[in-house]
Design a protein around this ligand. Structure first.
Ligand SMILES: Nc1ncnc2c1ncn2[C@@H]1O[C@H](COP(=O)(O)OP(=O)(O)OP(=O)(O)O)[C@@H](O)[C@H]1O
Length: 723
């Protein structure tokens, strides 16, 4: 290999372990790395090394990231390292599946123009189902229904996708019509709605891809051979389906590189399994393992606090983050008397930092759950501190953004979901009555709503409407979108449809700004994506974007949950609401889950580069009992903190007693206390019965007792005996 200038330059920016990871290109390689140890840097340089030094084509490399945001960042880094516009497959697992399906969905009987569904599409479908079958939100809220559907798809009916693929639409409709329980009505109604518009949600994307790989060896081989090198970031949070996909993909060239930190596994509740990282070497004999422990991100003060916390976890490989930076500010801990007091103190501290020249945008507040922001937002508003909440109302879920994207979807797919959204936005006099007319026609003739409209345009019912104009608009754009940049189509149609004019008339400046932001983001996507961005390509990928991928807030303090902060870093971090019952969440019921919660706190603390603040305000639980300071503060050696005011010894003593007590009665893991559905059990008072459901949220089995008519929810704590 030639040790040219570029190569030296590339390697110079890496430490010895990173260099080792970059050079180990062949076979199975696992990097176990600490927080902030430069995993992302190693990954992007490895990509550049493969391309620049070994001459591998970017299109033959798959690099899997955890979020779209990190995929975008990775693309930009690699673009600047390789100077190549083609950046290959840099994507999340879901995004990669979209690419596979855009090429090969025909193998599952789906058209190339399948729709990728996001939450609001799912809600729109639920709306239809609820109306058709007279369900109300009292039966199930939409978010519960979405969760229920996901649980069905993942655990209870993992073979559901076979119905979607094999059954004709009418057969799905029959299943839906025959369903009687709310849960079944919603589930089968949803499958029917999905198939009707060839929609695929996140679960389907992976299931369909796996299915095609299983059924069609030729297609699997094509992808296996294409992907000469596979790299996976955040491997500690991979779930079983993603793992299966990975195994299928790497089986030909057997070049697989995974990077992860076992101390940062925080998605077990969603199916992630840290054991995949731990057992990797056993699974793939000959694995080379590289350890990266030097932390470049944070000050030694911050790392000492994080190390002191995480070493309290029992189930872990002992490892310590080694600081590369020299001394910084002490980690500050503040106990306030009330939650308002905590919020006010954060404000004062932010003002003080600002006076020192710290920009608002360099400050981030992290918390366990959204509701913690209530008191903070109130004070921020009073004090006029500009802030932005990530993943509150998602950027891509905002009305105007969905509308704008629905216009694009209408051009490419002419689907019912988009039609319903925009046919009367702006007003075209196409209200409920006319929509009902179209629905009836569509059902009778087995066509889409849009087709129904084009076929009945001359009907007197559309007199005095702008239905004709709407059809001309869509036809005009549908006829010539292939060769136009998406950003241009978007601008033009928002203008010609009168949509932007409507926003202007309403005086919705914020909505107009958001639309402008969307246009900008489409433009950026086009210029950095690497691949040719056609309208269907953009639409399929945009459905996977989340709020964190949206606009970067300039000049504002950022507020987000710790989960949303995964993989990011910030100069100054306030970790607030550090109370028992908030962080750790009151939903934690097992020791295993408590360890995951501690890892989450560890992730939060290791996001900070220069300053870290921990705070709590005394408050009460919903039942009126006092909230104690978080065990994650008490876990840490107090000498590593600078307390704004020494906490009362009595409070700490009470908190420790409470924590000790709660820990004592905590089962090790969920499977120690739960029975599976269908299990026969005996209750000391109610007698024998059958478990019909497990409600993990409430921590209860739903049991149908033989001698009681209606089912009862029985807490996990009650001793049920297995029969
Ligand atoms: N060899 C190096 N020399 C100097 N700085 C480095 C080096 N490697 C990484 N860094 C810097 O350290 C910080 C953390 O790196 P990176 O984001 O790649 O870490 P990570 O391991 O992905 O973090 P985490 O797992 O905590 O999300 C970044 O600011 C990066 O620029």
């Amino acid at each position: 290999m030639t040790e040219n200038y570029e190569y030296t330059n590339l390697m110079q920016k890496l430490n010895a372990a990173q260099q080792e990871a970059v050079r180990a290109t062949e076979g199975y390689v696992r990097v176990i790395a600490g927080a902030g140890s430069g995993k992302t840097r190693a990954l992007s340089h490895r990509f550049a090394f493969l391309v620049n030094e070994l001459g591998i084509l970017p299109g033959n490399i798959l690099c899997v990231t955890f979020t779209n945001k990190s995929a975008n960042e990775m693309r930009q880094r690699i673009h600047s390292l390789t100077g190549d516009n083609d950046t290959g497959y840099i994507n999340t697992f879901h995004g990669f599946c979209v690419s596979v399906l855009q090429e090969d969905s025909y193998a599952a009987g789906y058209p190339k123009s399948f729709l990728v569904l996001d939450n609001s599409d799912i809600d729109a479908m639920l709306q239809i189902i609820y109306e058709e079958r007279g369900l109300t939100l009292r039966d199930m809220t939409f978010s519960m229904a979405r969760d229920m559907i996901e649980i069905q798809k993942l655990f209870k009916r993992p073979e559901y996708y076979r119905d979607m693929i094999a059954l004709p639409l009418e057969a799905l409709k029959e299943k839906y019509d025959a369903a009687a329980r709310a849960e079944d009505i919603i589930f089968f109604g949803y499958l029917y709605q999905e198939k009707k518009c060839f929609g695929l949600d996140y679960n389907d994307l992976i299931k369909f891809t796996l299915h095609i790989f299983k059924e069609r060896e030729d297609i699997r081989l094509k992808w296996q051979q294409r992907l000469e090198y596979i790299m996976i970031d955040e491997f500690q949070d991979i779930d079983a389906l993603q793992y299966e996909l990975m195994e299928a993909l790497c089986a030909w060239h057997r070049n697989l590189f995974v990077v992860g930190d076992p101390d940062q596994t925080i998605y077990t509740w969603r199916g992630a399994d840290g054991r995949f990282l731990m057992d990797f070497a056993a699974k793939f004999p000959g694995t080379q393992t590289v350890m990266m422990m030097e932390n470049y991100r944070s000050t030694p003060e911050i790392l000492a606090v994080a190390n002191s916390l995480i070493e309290k976890n029992k189930y872990r490989i002992r490892k310590e983050l080694l600081p590369r930076r020299t001394g910084g500010a002490p980690v500050v801990c503040h106990f306030a008397d009330t939650q308002e007091g905590e919020a006010k103190w954060i404000c004062e501290e932010i003002r003080r930092l600002q006076a020192e020249g710290v920009d608002y945008a360099d400050i981030t507040l992290l918390y366990r759950a959204h509701y913690v922001t209530r008191a903070i937002e109130q004070v921020f508003l009073e004090e006029k501190i500009p802030y932005t909440i990530y993943s509150g109302v998602q950027f891509f879920d905002r009305m105007e953004i969905k509308d704008a994207l629905s216009y694009l979807r209408m051009i490419a797919y002419k689907d019912d979901l988009s039609f319903r959204r925009i046919v009367n936005a702006p007003k075209r006099n196409m209200g409920k009555r006319r929509l009902a007319f179209l629905e009836e026609y569509a059902t009778q003739h087995g066509v889409t709503l849009y087709q129904a409209l084009t076929e009945t345009l001359d009907d007197s019912i559309f007199k005095g409407t702008k239905a004709g104009q709407f059809v001309s608009l869509i036809e005009h754009y549908a006829a010539g979108y292939e060769d136009r940049p998406v950003s241009e189509i978007l601008s033009a149609i928002l203008n010609e449809s009168g949509y932007e004019k409507m926003l202007r008339t309403e005086g919705s400046q914020e909505r107009l700004d958001n639309v402008a932001e969307l246009k900008q983001s489409v433009y950026e996507y086009e210029t950095t994506c690497g691949e040719e961005v056609s309208l269907p390509h953009y639409l399929a990928h945009v459905a996977l974007f989340t709020n964190a991928d949206g606009a970067e807030a300039k000049g504002k303090v950022k507020l987000m949950t710790v989960h949303a902060a995964k993989g990011l870093e910030f100069s100054t971090v306030f970790l607030c609401g550090m109370n028992e019952g908030i962080f750790p969440s009151r939903k934690v019921r097992t020791k295993e889950a408590m360890e995951e919660e501690r890892r989450l706190a560890f992730v939060a603390m290791t996001r900070a580069r220069n300053r870290l603040y921990l705070s709590r305000g005394a408050g009460r639980n919903f039942d009126g009992s006092p909230q104690y300071p978080s065990r994650f503060i008490l876990d840490i050696d107090p000498h590593l903190f600078h307390y704004t005011k020494e906490p009362r010894a009595e409070l700490i003593k009470e908190a420790r007693e409470y924590i000790g007590y709660s820990q004592k009665y905590m089962p090790e893991k969920e499977s120690d206390v739960t029975f599976s559905i269908g299990q026969r059990v005996r209750h000391a008072v109610f007698g024998d019965g059958t478990v019909t459901d497990v409600d993990r949220d409430k921590g209860a089995h739903v049991v149908q007792f033989d001698n009681i008519k209606t089912p009862r929810s029985i807490s996990f704590r009650a001793k049920l005996e297995k029969i």
